[in-house]
Structures are given as structure tokens and as C-alpha cells.
Ligand binder design. Sequence first.
Ligand code: AMP
Length: 546
Amino acid sequence: MLHGLMMQVPLAISSLIEHADRHHPDAQIVSRRVEGDIHRTTYRALHRRARQMASALQTLGLERSDRIATLAWNGYRHMELYFAVSGSGLVLHTINPRLHPEQLAWIVNHAEDQYVFFDLTFLPLVEAIAPFCRGVRGWVAMIDRDRMPAQSKAPLICYEELIERGLPDYVWPEFDENLASSLCYTSGTTGNPKGVLYSHRSTVLHSYAAALPDALNVSSRDCILPVVPMFHVNAWGLPYVGALTGAKMVFPGAQLDGKSLYELFEAEGVTCSAGVPTVWQGLLGHVEANNLRFSTMKRTVIGGAACPPAMLRLFQQKYGVQVIHAWGMTEMSPLGTSCTLKGKHADLPEAERLTLQYKQGRVIYGVDTKIADVDGSELPWDGKTFGDLLVRGPWILREYFKGDGGDPLKRDAAGRGWFPTGDVATIDADGYMHITDRSKDVIKSGGEWISSIELENIAVAHPAVAMAACIGVPHPKWDERPIIVVVRKPEAQLEKADLLAWYADKVAKWQVPDDVVFMESIPLGATGKMLKTRMREQLKDYVLPT
Ligand code: AMP
């Protein structure tokens, strides 16, 4: 056996910010702060403060791999912690503040968080959960000293005071690249959330792949505004990708409404962005209502939930912003596929190119994928046959934190483990994957499957519809039948019969929803996705007209 004779340099998260400091020292990181102002720093200054914070963390009596949590918006202090915590051998646990306080306290205790860093917006939340989080040794308010609350029910530490305890010439330690770096919990729509524990190696490899031209396509010439929160799978890796490429970063803080986002896009020359479809609804609504244009924005990544074709067309055809439809999950760090076209598609008529773009796209190198039937037999890549989607790769979960849920993987004939995503998909001959549903949302009617996503996409393409969710309702003869829950656009007129007629030439007759239910709003989960579990509860007494 002959081993290669190349250096064994561990893939460490600290190397990303070191690189940015050395090669892009003056590239900017701009943040809208909870203090209300716009803050500017650079990779060099951020690296200095990250090392200072890493050194300050050493004064807190922590041990390697202890968990440090954040309850914070997208901003430069949060980014400092991304590097300070992981880079010094601790584990950064980003918590979604939109969770129910009880669930939040459960997560803090399960993760055994030692300190919790939080934006002042979340002080009431911190005060509510502190009595139930006995293991937490301190709550660090990420705020200037002069804005610290005069008193609080929780023992508070000021971020800026803490950082001053550290030395900026701190040297990042070297350790095994497989060391845990960060922790995110799944949203837990069924049962308790489960922890996904990333490593330095998985994070650096994922960042490399995410930056590729056929993935998120990020370079040093870009200005990235991640709308996706840093508590939602590490903002899809964008803070790391920013440091890896030297791109300018713009953080929107707590103001995620269309007007505030649009102003930041224009003022800072944002070229690319990323977020779930629901946030783009707000931004596009503002742009449409005020007859605005994007002057620098070139592309946006839309994922986390299916991007409605009508939104994709509006972005591209009216505003000249390319949409990269992407798919992934917390268990996948999160990126799995992104939808960019191949050279051979360049001459396709626009309608056909768009049809391809509605799919979730091709896997990024590093992720392997297959579709299988209930027995685990692999299904063909013909763009029609759908089955359970399974994945494997170096940034995909092997086991949940603390072994929760047992062994999640399914073995193939060669004994290799595959992670079952819970999604149902088709894959075509070119490898383009199309999610037809979450396996628990797919509507099983008369032995056939109806895609809830497809029926939602048709509804939101109707000019009077703002949002739509399709759910299956038990039916004595057909097992389940689809109904469509709709939120009308403000002041729009829309009757049930209009919408049902809208479906007539778009799907087979048996796929047309049995009913339309109008609602004021659709409940959204902690990551901005439609909460179908909640809707099913709300509609538990609903009776089908058929
Ligand atoms: P999370 O772990 O909260 O990010 O949720 C992951 C799940 O979101 C996936 O398993 C999919 O069901 C769904 N998802 C993510 N991206 C997309 C997409 N582009 N289209 C449809 N579903 C998506």
C-alpha cells in the first residue's frame, strides 16, 4: 500500500476567516443592528474580534466541545461567534428564536448549553426560559455596554465587556477536522426536535461545494445578503462561503419586511441573496406595489420549500433576477441540489427552460442521491417515476446528537448507509430532481398520489391568490381528497368556483381539489414554512362537500 505524500492539513472553520483576513482584509461586512443603525466592519477587523472573543471564552471555564448557544438575528456579532466558538474547539448551537419557549428551553437543556448569547430583542424570551434552564451559566446580551438593560430577571453579561477580556493575538488551536463545530436542531414538527451535529470537515467541504458556479455561484465580486436566518442551518452556510470567497456580506438584522430589505439591497449593491419563498413574497409585494426595480441584484437562491413557478417567472422575466431553486435539509448542512442549466439547454425555448428551473435541480458534487420504492429497490431516472429520496455524502448526517431516534440510515446491498430524506421525488435522465411532496403531505387518493406542491403552485399562479396550502382530508371512498386553503391578495375578489375552474385545464380531473377554504392567513413554522400540521388541527372539524 502506498499513501499519498501530501500535507495533512485539517479542514478547520478558523482557516476560513484567516483566509478572508489575509486575502480580503478590506471586504466589508455590513449589518443593520438592533441598536437601529447600520454598522460596518471588514474581514480583518472581524477576524480580530473573533479571536478576541475566542480568547475571552477561555476565561469562562469551558471545556472542549462545550455548547455555546445563540438566539440572534443575522449580524456581525453573530458572525464573530460563528468563528470564535467553533474555531476555539467549542460547539456553536444556533437556536431558532421563533420556537415555542417550552420547546426552546427543552433544546437548551438537551444540548447542555453553557452560555447563551442573545440579541436584545429576545430578552423577554430569555427571561421566560432562564428559570427552566438551570445548566446555563450566563446569558450574554449582544449589545453595546450603554444599552444594557438596567435590570433583568436573568443573570446578564454584556458582549462588549466580555470581548474586552480577550486578547486579539489569540492563536487558533489545531485539532482533528472531525471535531464537532456546530449544532442545529430539526424543526420538530413531529415529536421532539433532534440535534444535527456538524463537524469542521463537513462544514468546510460544504462551503467549498456551495460556492461552486453550479451551486450558489459566489465569488469575491459578490455582495451577499442572506435573508435566510443564521439560526436556520447556518444561513445555508453563507457566512462561511462569504469568508471562503471574500464576498461582501450584508446582514439585515431584525428587519425582514419588504421595504427594509429592498432599501438594504439597493444601498449596499447586493448581487445575490437567499431565502425561503415566504420572505420573497414580502419583498416582491413591496417592489410590485411601488413600481420599483432591482439595480444590482443578479440572482437569488430560493429553497427550504418549493419555489412557486409564478414567483420564479416574476423574478426572472419582470425583474431580471435569476432564480436558483435549491433543495436541502438540516440533516444535509443543508445543500443537496441546485437548479442551474447545462450547456445543452442554452438553446431551449424559454418555456422549456423554465419547466426545468421549476425542479429542485442537480446534486452538487459530494452528494449522491437515489429514489427507491417502499421495499428499497432503486427506481429509474426517467423524470416520471417517483419514490422516496435518499442521500449520502460527507456533509450528510450519520446519526442524531446523543443517538436520538436510533440508527436513521437505510443500508444498500453493499452495506452503505443512505439517509432517507422523507421527501418524494422524481429524477430525470439528466439528474434533475423534482420534489413532488414531503412523504407525509402527499395526498393518496384512490391508490394514486397527488402532489400537494403542484396544486399549491397552480393556486398561487392565480392573480388573486397570495398564499395557498393543499392538504389531504380523509374520504370514505378515496382514502383522501385534496382541498386547497387560500389567502386572497388584499382587496382581490375570488370565489370558490373561479379557482376550481382555474384548475380545469391544468391537471387531470381527479386531481382537482374537492374544495377551496378561504383563510385570513396560513400558519407559518419557525423557519417560515407553511405549518400543515397546525392547519390540519384547525380543520379537524371540516367536512368535505363531496
Ligand atoms: P429543514 O430541515 O427545516 O430545512 O427542512 C427540510 C425540508 O424542507 C426538506 O426535506 C423538504 O421537504 C423541504 N424543502 C427544502 N427545500 C425545498 C425545495 N426547494 N422544494 C421543496 N421542498 C423543499
